[in-house]
Write a protein that binds this ligand. Structure first.
Ligand code: 3HC
Ligand code: NAI
Length: 696
């Protein structure tokens, strides 16, 4: 039998046709793959020598889904449903052979096969929801027929990858075999199906499991209620649920039509565009234009951390979790004990939730060596400094590290705002110094800003990025500037949030507008959570800002039961009449008259200066690309992923409109709103920030 096309191949092995897809990197269902599949099935069906067909993939994975790069382009024949019908209607059994991951359209192809055999290490899932979509090739109709409605709801709304053994348990795959013998065993299974004359099992014809949920709307209502918080703001989860409802209530073909309509609606919408943008952005962020695979990686086996406070402890946990030995240094036994106790308590809380075992805790704690002398770091390959945010203290620490650390060791600072070049200048080896800006809580937050200083060497940067990946972070390479990328943009939002309050909006108005936009929390609720007294001292307090006045009143945030909001015992926030009064008086003392501020103004004034700052950051080369800024905001600051990130959002609004609006505010509020030159130029040229993230 001939090769079908460049990405598919058909061979005959003693009565069994082996249809192989070989379309790197992930065997996505491109037009070529669809055409090859259709031709292969047709040939195999027509060939009298063929008794059964095995569908298998070369490379690292089974089909990972539709080809996302084709979305939004004119459709190319054959369509996926056409290919699926050819498989499902084949008079000869078709067996899907799964290794790696069968995802999205890939699993939907497997679901039209009559049987599924999986390697033990394989996983299956319908992750479309994470792209703002739903499985658009029958997944929502077939999955509940195999695994039942409750499981199907969970799978389609989380997009989770189900490991093969669990998939077998729930009926999603028929046989799990060892990875090494997958191909042989799949062919043997095909022979067995033929020999036993097993029926062609078409999932679409199964009814028992969906019938069990028929006429039980409360099942869906309950699921919606239980997950309301997780789904807030997102369209796709609700659409996925409606499709499962359709699977229960409608005949198969009608359900399929309903699914297709809803898929197309989501595909055309802004949320899916944003989530697809984010998918590519979160992969692009790892690509460094001037640092490729030829740059050597430095060996990193042992980690040192200076400072066991809030950040040092959290940073240590990342490395302990990944199996690295960590030595942590403090200035006093008391601080060291406190730091270690916090780490242990965090692990114990995770264990209480069932996410790790008691043995895991001990294994991780055993990797941790506490020390009171910096000399204990002499063998570390990477030292991360997390001491007080004070330049003199940091320079002293780095000067000592310079004397102690072994040659070639990476010396990193976790500073959130200080000049990494200046810190590096305290050493004789600035090429080894880098910023690793973790976010709080460092053991939870995904984002890591890797800060490249003027003299940081390429191997140090590449090694830091690779390490970030190993400890499960999403790293973005940024340049040295005040606040780096994330906090520099945040400062814009903070300034406006506070200014708006002095003009007449109340803190809860600002928070509500941003929460409605999709942030988990507004800036004032956030301040209350973090504590208003961060960096505040009574002795030096001048009572010249609202925050200082609140601290002086002992309204220091949630921990004191009051801040911008009042809190009850359960820490529920209520707008505070005291604060409202205080704001009015404070504004009046400054000669301001209160006015009504619209929600639209709140949103524009909080977000557009951030976008403008993002443009300046790009002009200065402090971020590599606009989509990196989006990745930073989604992972570090709770920017809703269904709005893509600030720079993608600017594209969605229209850069013209952003510039015009900034100009409007510039007239009344001054230079803070002056549009960045590059933003104006991009808008004038009809361009957008997001194009570079979407590979064509
Ligand atoms: N289409 C096109 N390209 C894809 C792709 C897809 N579905 N999935 C992955 N890729 C590309 C990535 O962009 C990346 O390209 P690059 O090397 O040029 O950057 C390359 O494949 C490798 O991807 P990863 O870096 O993510 O590799 P990993 O090994 O870490 O992960 C994976 C592999 C688990 C398959 C992961 O890529 C993934 O989760 N992919 C998306 C799966 C998905 O969402 N499928 C559903 C698609 S929508 C659909 O099927 C609609 C249908 O219902 C009609
Ligand atoms: P922290 O005050 O909780 O911890 C600092 C610790 O460093 C203290 O335990 C202190 O005893 C110890 N220390 C001070 N000098 C030392 C020395 N010479 N040797 C060893 N230990 C020493 O402070 P936090 O919040 O952990 O901040 C640390 C750094 O992380 C700062 O640079 C801060 O800007 C940065 N950062 C903080 C974030 C936060 O949200 N807290 C977020 C991101 C960065």
């Amino acid at each position: 039998m001939p090769t079908l096309n460049a990405v598919t191949d058909l061979t005959l092995e003693d009565g069994i046709a082996v249809l192989t897809i070989d379309a790197p990197p992930v065997n996505a269902l491109s037009a070529g793959v669809r055409a090859g599949l259709l031709a292969g099935i047709r040939q195999a069906v027509e060939d009298d020598a063929v008794q059964a067909i095995v569908l298998i993939c070369a490379g690292k994975t089974f089909i990972a889904g539709a080809d996302i790069t084709e979305f939004g382009k004119p459709p190319q024949p054959p369509s996926l449903p056409e290919v699926q019908s050819a498989i499902e209607d084949s008079p000869k059994p078709v067996i899907a052979v799964i290794h790696g991951t069968a995802l999205g359209g890939g699993l939907e192809v497997a679901l039209v096969c009559h049987y599924r055999v999986a390697a033990r290490s394989a996983a299956c899932g319908l992750p479309e929801v994470n792209l703002g979509l739903l499985p658009g090739a029958g997944g929502t109709q077939r999955l509940p027929r195999l695994v039942g409605v409750e499981r199907a709801l969970e799978l389609v709304t989380t997009g989770m990858h189900v490991p093969a053994p669990a998939a077998a348990e729930m009926g999603l795959v028929d046989l799990v075999v060892d990875d090494a013998s997958l191909r042989q065993e799949a062919i043997a299974f095909a022979r067995q199906v033929v020999a036993e004359r097993r029926p062609l099992r078409r999932v679409r014809d199964l009814d028992d499991r969906v019938a069990a949920a028929r006429g039980k709307p409360e099942l869906f209502a309950q699921f919606r209620r239980a997950n309301a918080k997780r789904f807030r703001g997102f369209l796709a989860p609700e659409y996925n649920i409606r499709c499962i409802e359709a699977a229960v209530e409608l005949p198969f073909d009608e359900g399929l039509r309903r699914e297709r309509e809803m898929f197309v609606e989501l595909l055309k919408g802004e949320q899916s565009a944003a989530q697809r943008h984010y998918f590519f952005a979160s992969r692009e962020v790892w690509r460094l234009p001037d640092i490729g695979a030829e740059t050597p990686l430095l060996p990193v086996a042992a980690i040192g951390i200076v400072g066991a406070g809030t950040m040092g402890g959290g940073i240590a946990m990342n490395f302990l979790n990944a199996g690295y030995p960590v030595t942590i240094v403090e200035t006093s036994q008391q601080a060291l004990d406190r730091g270690l106790a916090t780490i242990r308590r965090n692990y114990e809380n995770t264990a209480k939730k069932g996410r790790i075992s008691a043995t895991d805790i001990e294994r991780r704690m055993a990797l941790l060596t506490p020390a009171l002398q910096m000399e204990a770091l002499s063998q570390a390959d990477l030292v991360i400094e997390a001491v007080f945010e004070n330049m003199d203290v940091k320079k002293e620490v780095f000067a000592r590290l310079d004397r102690i650390a072994k040659p070639g060791a990476i010396l990193a600072t976790n500073t959130s705002a200080l000049d990494v070049n200046e810190i590096a200048s305290a050493t004789s080896r600035p090429e080894s110094v880098i910023g690793l800006h973790f976010f709080s809580p460092a053991n939870v937050m995904k984002l890591l800003e890797v800060v490249r200083a003027e003299k940081t060497s390429r191997p140090v940067i590449r090694t830091a990025m690779e390490l970030a990946r190993k400890i499960g972070k999403i790293a973005a390479l940024v340049g040295v500037c005040p606040g780096f990328v994330g906090n520099r943009m945040l400062a814009q939002r903070q300034r406006e949030a506070h200014r708006l309050v002095l003009e007449g909006a109340l803190p809860w108005d600002v928070d509500r507008v941003l929460v409605e936009f999709g942030f988990p929390m507004g800036p004032f609720a956030m301040s209350d959570l973090a504590g208003l007294d961060l960096g505040w001292r009574r002795e030096t307090s001048t009572g010249s800002t609202l925050r200082e006045i609140l601290c002086e009143m002992d309204r220091r945030g949630q921990k004191t039961g009051a801040g911008y909001y009042d809190y009850d015992e359960a820490r529920n926030a209520r707008p505070s009449p005291v604060v409202e009064q205080l704001i009015r008086e404070f504004a009046a003392r400054q000669g301001r008259t209160s006015r009504t501020v619209s929600d639209q103004e709140i949103l524009e004034r909080c977000l557009y200066p951030m976008i403008n700052e993002g443009a300046k950051i790009l002009e200065e080369g402090k971020a590599i690309r606009a989509s990196d800024i989006d990745v930073i905001w989604v992972n570090g600051y709770g920017w809703p992923v269904y709005r893509g990130g600030p720079m993608f959002h600017a594209d969605t609004v229209g850069l013209d409109k952003v510039v015009q609006t900034l100009r409007g505010y510039q007239e009344t509020l001054g230079a803070d709103f002056e549009p960045a030159r590059s933003l104006e130029e991009l808008a004038a040229a009809g361009g957008s920030f997001s194009k570079p993230a979407q590979r064509q």
